[in-house]
Design a protein around this ligand. Structure first.
Ligand code: UDP
Ligand code: MG
Length: 326
């Protein structure tokens, strides 16, 4: 290998493939077979890093056996289920490649797309090549609706723009991986962090098949949590709403009071009239105040967790090939 200063793209390079795994026992062997076929055919030097997010099925056993068979494979097992984003970050920290690909374990991110990702990185000079799902990959109507409104809301209020349909399947140059790893926030939302760091980026559209086997492990609660983390991490809009609404309410109340004074002074209404609307206004006021105190609470909760500076994950064990002396 050369020792000059030419970028990795122009000489031999090491490619890392990072794959988070949570209860994917049926997918792991077909995935590795397909990955090896694709990567070996290109004659690249590569490593595949699995991050087992504390699976409770046979995934740990299968991962160990795969690591025993293929020297390019290794992995980590996290000490509990920390979630997809934390598992991805653990893999990024672990990867040593000049370029790193992140992809899911359920074959929804086709390994056959990897040569094109690498070509765009290597030959076209893109430092991040993102992917966009051309179709929903078997997700339900409610998921699609939720995702549509999430992207609309996010792009309206956040400081950065997200591309609808983007997937956590991408190739990143080493300097982008280092930039991501240097972002110390506890609540990770990679789809937001990627546009935030900048660099030369492009998008590739792909047909997203349904998952190869097993169930989607993102529950509705986890999806809502991820969406709210994204919104709260990349926008302070929620903190501005009470102020804007407060101004608006004061304006309405001012007009209401002025009209009432004029009507009472002209003798057209008696003082007791309108108590119902007054009661309604008071209730509305209480509701609004509670809502906005709650909204502040969401941000304060995030700050509370961030200031503790806790590690994002803990490693329980490392999957590596068994040596003959073990
Ligand atoms: N995953 C994970 N931890 C979790 C949930 C999911 O590491 O707590 C992994 C999962 O094994 C898969 C990827 O994250 O490789 C995406 O998960 P899933 O397919 O359930 O999500 P979807 O593709 O439906 O968004
Ligand atoms: Mg999936």
């Amino acid at each position: 290998m050369s020792t000059d200063n030419t970028p990795a793209k122009d000489r031999d390079f090491l490619l890392s493939v990072v794959i988070p795994v949570y209860n994917e026992q049926e997918c792991l062997e077909p995935l590795v077979a397909e990955l090896k076929k694709t990567l070996d055919s290109q004659k690249w030097v590569y490593e595949i890093i699995f991050v087992d997010d504390h699976s409770t099925d046979l995934s740990p056993r299968i991962l160990q056996s795969l690591c025993d068979q293929w020297p390019q494979l290794r992995g980590l097992r996290l000490s509990r289920n920390f979630g997809h984003q934390a598992a991805l970050c653990a893999g990024l920290q672990e990867a040593r490649g000049d370029a790193v690909i992140t992809m899911d374990a359920d074959l929804q991110h086709p390994p056959s797309l990897i040569p094109e990702l690498v070509r765009l990185w290597r030959q076209e000079g893109f430092e991040i090549v993102n992917t966009i799902r051309a179709q929903s990959g078997g997700s339900g109507f409610l998921d699609r609706l939720g995702s549509h409104w999430f992207y609309r809301l996010f792009n309206r209020i956040a400081d950065i723009k997200l591309t609808p349909g983007s997937a956590d399947f991408r190739i990143m140059d080493r300097k982008c991986v280092d930039a991501l790893c240097s972002m110390g926030e506890h609540f990770k939302f990679l789809r937001g962090q990627i546009p935030y760091i900048g660099f030369k980026q492009t998008y590739l559209t792909f047909e997203c098949p349904p998952r190869f086997a097993g169930q989607r492990s993102y529950t509705l609660r986890q999806s809502i949590k991820l969406a709210s983390n994204g919104l709260l991490s990349f926008s302070t809009f929620g903190l501005k709403v009470p102020f804007l609404l407060g101004l608006f309410t004061m304006g309405i109340v001012g007009i209401y009071a002025a009209v009432s004074v004029v009507l009472i002074a002209s003798g057209k209404v008696h003082l007791m009239e309108g108590w119902l609307s007054l009661a309604a206004l008071i209730c509305l006021n209480i509701g609004l105040q509670l809502t906005f105190i709650g909204m502040m609470g969401l941000y304060i909760g995030k700050i509370f967790i961030e200031v503790k500076g806790r590690p994002l994950y803990f490693v329980e064990k490392v999957y590596r090939p068994k040596t003959t002396t073990e």
